[in-house]
Design a protein. Structure first.
Length: 137
């Protein structure tokens, strides 16, 4: 949450329209954490009345299956490809409990993640750093 500049104890309002650059910068930081993209409004399956989360009722238009962590020293990125068969979902769900980005990086390292000194040269990061409109399905 610190990485995104969001208070984890209070709701965060969207940036006003005149601060579109701030909103765009926030979205770019959010996307680097492994965003998936949904059609808005979502197209739900027939007979769906309500959903606990969008993931439980609709499939993303574009899915990116990686977990990332940026060390606070500003050097590189840790990447774990969760799209591969055999990744240990129950174990890696603990990434959600990391309060700080350095904790997240330690977990990614422990789970067999890859460290890339230059995020722009890391193949797994290509889909997260590029234009979201141009992402491949």
């Amino acid at each position: 949450m610190d990485f995104l500049g969001v208070n984890r104890f209070q709701d965060t309002d969207r940036a006003p329209e005149h601060l579109q650059a701030d909103e765009d910068a926030f979205c770019a930081r959010l996307r680097t954490l492994g965003a998936s993209f949904w059609e808005l409004p979502p197209v739900f399956q027939e007979n769906v009345i309500s959903c606990w989360s969008i993931e439980s009722c609709a499939d993303p238009v574009k899915m990116v299956s990686v977990e990332v962590g940026f060390p606070t020293n500003g050097s590189g990125v840790w990447v774990l490809n969760t799209g591969n068969e055999g990744w240990d979902w129950p174990r890696t769900v603990s990434l959600r409990n990391a309060l700080r980005m350095d904790e997240r990086c330690e977990l990614l390292k422990e789970f067999g993640g890859t460290f890339c000194e230059d995020p722009t040269m890391c193949p797994e990061m290509a889909r997260l750093l590029g234009d979201p409109i141009g992402l491949e399905s």
